[in-house]
Design a protein around this ligand. Structure first.
Ligand code: ATP
Ligand code: ZN
Length: 220
């Protein structure tokens, strides 16, 4: 059969947890090799190590068959993952990489609810999710796309507020910001495309999912 190709983050917050999940499912890779693609030693599987931002499109376009990515990236790059005609489907929630995408506001400025964002500039790396949210709440605000260090933008005058990933809130706090509204609860998810796989690949994926379920059950 054709190798089942799995995309995971090359280096970042999700990398080790993804590898360890796949290891616990019995897939062994040569960990010394940090190449783009590495073949499993004992199964018809190839691991693709890429930036997390690229995983949703790689899965949609069939560059890889399945992938592990934060729900936040999936929602940003592909759109509403719950819609049935979405080209990329969430097939498991994996219980790690938990965080939330939240609006944060300067502690020094009075906050009077969502209306406070009207007419403001909001810096974010997630403009699509933010714009969908603002539209759904009928708030006219400007999403300013920033690729990194979003939390410093209010203090340097680039934006009035931010929309960013939060886990403990410590980064916001040390930048004079407070979390005011959560837009999305996120965690790492296993995704696949709507495209059909070869039947042997489909069978292998079914067995892999059973192992993943076993692994997730064992750790809870
Ligand atoms: P890459 O180089 O692959 O693009 P990155 O810098 O975009 O990496 P990371 O910071 O490693 O990404 O985060 C990867 C994912 O980890 C996020 O998309 C999110 O789903 C999850 N995550 C969990 N907690 C946090 C947090 N506190 N801040 C940012 N991301 C978090
Ligand atoms: Zn990224």
């Amino acid at each position: 059969m054709k190798n089942l190709r799995i995309a995971i983050q090359k280096s970042g917050r999700l990398s080790e947890k993804c590898l360890s999940l796949l290891n616990r499912c019995g897939l062994q890779f040569d960990n010394r090799k940090r190449t783009l693609i590495s073949r499993a030693k004992n199964h018809p599987v190839e691991l693709m190590l890429v930036r997390d931002d690229d995983i949703p499109h790689y899965v949609r376009d069939g560059v890889c068959d399945i992938g592990i990515v934060g729900l936040n990236e999936l929602e940003e790059k592909i759109g509403c993952s719950k819609s049935p005609d979405n080209p990329v489907k969430v097939i498991r929630s994996l219980g790690f990489g938990s965080c939330r995408l939240s609006l944060a506001w300067p502690k020094s400025v009075p906050f009077e609810g969502l209306e406070s964002f009207s007419g403001k500039r909001i810096a974010t790396s997630y403009p699509n999710i933010l714009e969908r949210y603002l539209e759904s709440k009928s708030i006219a605000a400007e999403a300013v796309e920033i690729s990194g260090s979003v939390e410093v933008t209010p203090s340097i005058g680039v934006a009035d507020a931010i929309c960013d990933l939060v886990s403990t809130g410590a980064t916001l706090d040390s930048n004079g910001l407070k979390e005011v509204i959560t837009i999305l609860e996120s965690e790492a998810v296993l995704v696949r495309s709507n495209q059909t796989l070869e039947s042997e690949q489909e069978d292998f994926l079914t067995r892999l999912l059973q192992r993943i379920d076993g692994t997730l059950l064992a750790q809870n």
